[in-house]
Design a protein around this ligand. Structure first.
Ligand code: DQA
Length: 143
């Protein structure tokens, strides 16, 4: 099965951006680790990133035809985007929401997620390891 790993705004700066919050690993490191774990689990992975809300909506729509599961870190759009929630609601497979930081431990504007209304599972505060945990969970669910 193919799993799309979708990343929202500023995650292209992962590793350089507020490393005290998001760590030193880059998104390329995450993509490589996911590909490697995916191979062990019998899953193919594609890791994509965009800084644009509409582009993220289109990536989610494309996943309807190309992927059996979605792992998504919508970044700041988590807290603002009904459009991303609606796009995910049109996807039929498992959706796992990942946040590198624990959004509940941070500013109150990060406590609410529009995406959680659709996500089958939410992982927050595990660092970039959260993506790997999400992949293991999808493997278990698609089993
Ligand atoms: C984030 C948390 C969001 O609040 C923030 O806007 C991000 C990253 C995380 O992975 O911890 O950009 O989704």
């Amino acid at each position: 099965a193919m799993i799309h790993i979708l990343n929202g705004p500023n995650l292209n700066l992962l590793g350089q951006r507020q490393p005290e919050i998001y760590g030193h690993e880059t998104l390329d490191d995450v993509a490589r680790a996911c590909a490697q774990l995916g191979q062990e689990l019998g899953l193919q992975t594609e890791c994509l990133q965009t800084n644009h809300e509409g582009a993220l909506v289109e990536m989610i729509q494309q996943a309807r035809h190309a992927a059996q599961g979605i792992i998504i870190n919508p970044a700041a759009y988590t807290h603002t985007s009904v459009a991303i929630l609606d796009a995910l609601s049109a996807f039929e497979g498992p959706v796992i929401e990942v946040h590198i930081s624990n959004i509940h431990k941070r500013e109150s504007f990060r406590h609410h997620s529009y995406v959680s209304a659709r996500a089958d599972a939410v992982i927050a505060g595990c660092g970039t390891q959260g993506y790997l945990l999400a992949l293991r969970h999808i493997a278990h669910v698609l089993g």
